[in-house]
Design a protein around this ligand. Sequence first.
Ligand SMILES: [Zn+2]
Length: 129
Amino acid sequence: MARQKVTAITKKLLLDLLAASNSAYHSEERHEFSCYLIAEDGVIIEFWLCPGTIESEGYAILNPHHLPIDFRRVGVAHSHPTGNITPSEADLHLFSQSGSVHIIMGYPFDLKSWKAYSRDGEEIHLDVV
Ligand SMILES: [Zn+2]
């Protein structure tokens, strides 16, 4: 099975990701939200919570080796409670190991406060469908 080229995300999933980020932010621990992104036919349609998430110092580290290989798993998404949605050094390291499409959601977690990045940390465009 070939790697798929991801070009879009469903609006429903994007809203779910933003809502999950928002409720993590408003939880007692004010923690970050992080998950794997699942795509079919080039469209991100679903997320899986990450079992191996380690939260520390304001960013989340996911262990990609905790899950079996699944070609639908195209990358990771996580929230930045600061609202700065530029990838950190740790994020760039994570991106390089965890797939081809990564999303950062920032406070206030609305439809303008997210961006998608490539494996190299370059900003990429995703259609919202
Ligand atoms: Zn981050």
